[in-house]
Design a protein around this ligand. Structure first.
Ligand code: MG
Ligand code: ZN
Length: 358
C-alpha cells in the first residue's frame, strides 16, 4: 500500500511538472515567414519538386488560416498582411489602418516598445504591402514613398529588400538614406556589403525596385543570406526579437500562372526557413511560424511524378483565391497554431506567447 502511494505520488509529481513545463513553453524570439500567395498546392508542388526534402512542411504543428478581408471574400496582400501584423481585418489595399483609416498598432511596433528588436526581409520592395503592413500605416498600399518614410521611425532595426528608389529617387527629391545613416543605420546596396556589415542597424536596399525572379538573376542565396544576417543582428538583443521574412515572388509567379517559377520561389523561401530552423534548434527559445497571406492563381495540381520529382498544374485565375492557407509552426508555443483559425488569430497568439501588451 505504502509503495503504491509512493508510486502514485511520483506519477502525480511527474504529471504536474510536465503540465507546468508545457505551460511555460514560451518563446523569446519569433520568426514569421510569409509566402505571398502560397497555398497548399504551391507548397505540395515544392515538396514534390524537391523530392520531399523541404524543411517547413516537416514542422510538427500544422493548421489553416482563414483569409477573407473586411470588405472582400478574397483578400489582397495589404489586408492579409494587416490581419497578421495587427489582429484586425481591414479593407483590401489598406496598410495597418482600419477601414475608417485610423492606425492599428503592429506586432513589430508593440514588440519594439517592449524592448525587443525587430526586422523585415523581403524579395519585393521593402515598401510593398506585406512588409509595409508591419511598420507603416497608410490607407493606400500604393503610396510607396509615404510608406518609405515610416522606416524613419526606426521600428525595424534591420530591413532588407528592394525599393531603393522609394528612399532616394523620390518625387520630392528627399534622400531618406541620409536620415537613416544619422539614425545609425548602415545603408548597404549589395549582398557582400550586407554580409560584411557589423552594425546593429542595417538598411539593405538591394534593388531599385523589387528584386528579380530567381530565373531572372536573383541570387539563390539572397533570401537565406539576408535571413541569416537579420538573425545575426537581432539575436544580439537578450530581450528577444521578431523577424518577418517574405517570399514575395510566389505571388507574382502565380499571377503569371507560371508553374516553374512558382515552384522555384517556394523552394527559395524554404532555403530561408532552413536557416531560421537551424538557428531555432540551437537557441531552443525561438518560435517559427510559416504561413501565407492568401493563395494566388487558384492552383490545382493535375499531374506529377514522385520519382521524377515533376509536377504540373492548372491555374483557375490570374488573381487571388479565397481558399484557406496553411500554417506551419516549430518551437516553443507552436501548438497554438494547430487547427483552423482566422488570420487575425495569428497576431493574438504572437502577443500572448511573447507576453506582450497591446
Ligand atoms: Mg507581398
Ligand atoms: Zn497578389
Amino acid at each position: 500500500m505504502k509503495n503504491k502511494l509512493k508510486f502514485l505520488a511520483i506519477v502525480l509529481t511527474m504529471f504536474v511538472l510536465t503540465a507546468a513545463g508545457e505551460k511555460e513553453q514560451k518563446p523569446l524570439n519569433l520568426i514569421i515567414f510569409i509566402g505571398d500567395g502560397m497555398g497548399t498546392d504551391q507548397v505540395y508542388a515544392g515538396m514534390t519538386a524537391s523530392g520531399f526534402t523541404m524543411t517547413f512542411p516537416a514542422f510538427p504543428v500544422t493548421g489553416f488560416s482563414i483569409t477573407y478581408s473586411a470588405n472582400s471574400y478574397i483578400t489582397d496582400s495589404a489586408a492579409g498582411g494587416t490581419a497578421i501584423s495587427t489582429g484586425e481585418k481591414t479593407n483590401n489595399g489598406m496598410i495597418a489602418v482600419r477601414p475608417d483609416s485610423t492606425e492599428i498598432p503592429t506586432i513589430l511596433e508593440i514588440a519594439r516598445k517592449a524592448g525587443l528588436s525587430a526586422g523585415l526581409v523581403s524579395t519585393s520592395t521593402i515598401t510593398h504591402a506585406t512588409p509595409a503592413s508591419f511598420v507603416a500605416h497608410d490607407a493606400s498600399r500604393g503610396s510607396y514613398e509615404d510608406i518609405a518614410e515610416w522606416f524613419l521611425k526606426g521600428t525595424a532595426d534591420v530591413f532588407i529588400g528592394g525599393g531603393k528608389n522609394h528612399f532616394s529617387a523620390r518625387s520630392d527629391s528627399a534622400d531618406l538614406t541620409v536620415e537613416l545613416k544619422k539614425m545609425g543605420y548602415d545603408v548597404v546596396y549589395s549582398l557582400p556589403d550586407l554580409k560584411n556589415s557589423t552594425s546593429n542597424r542595417i538598411a539593405g536596399l538591394m534593388a531599385e525596385e523589387g528584386l528579380p525572379y530567381i530565373d531572372q538573376g536573383r541570387d539563390t542565396s539572397f533570401l537565406a543570406a539576408a535571413t541569416a544576417k537579420a538573425l545575426d543582428v537581432l539575436s544580439r538583443n537578450k530581450k528577444g526579437f521578431i523577424l518577418m521574412v517574405e517570399g514575395s515572388q510566389i505571388d507574382w509567379a502565380a499571377h503569371d500562372n507560371n508553374m516553374k517559377r512558382t515552384v522555384e520561389e517556394v523552394l527559395d523561401l524554404d532555403r530561408a526557413v532552413k536557416v531560421a530552423y537551424d538557428y531555432a534548434r540551437k537557441s531552443g527559445n525561438t518560435l517559427i511560424v510559416v504561413t501565407a497571406d492568401h493563395e494566388t492563381g487558384g492552383l490545382s495540381l493535375t499531374g506529377g511524378n514522385v520519382k521524377e520529382m515533376t509536377v504540373s498544374g492548372t491555374f483557375g485565375t490570374k488573381g487571388h483565391s479565397a481558399v484557406m492557407v496553411p500554417v506551419f509552426a516549430f518551437g516553443p508555443g507552436a501548438s497554438a497554431f494547430s487547427g483552423v483559425q482566422d488570420n487575425t488569430e495569428l497576431f493574438h497568439d504572437f502577443v500572448k506567447l511573447l507576453s506582450l501588451k497591446k
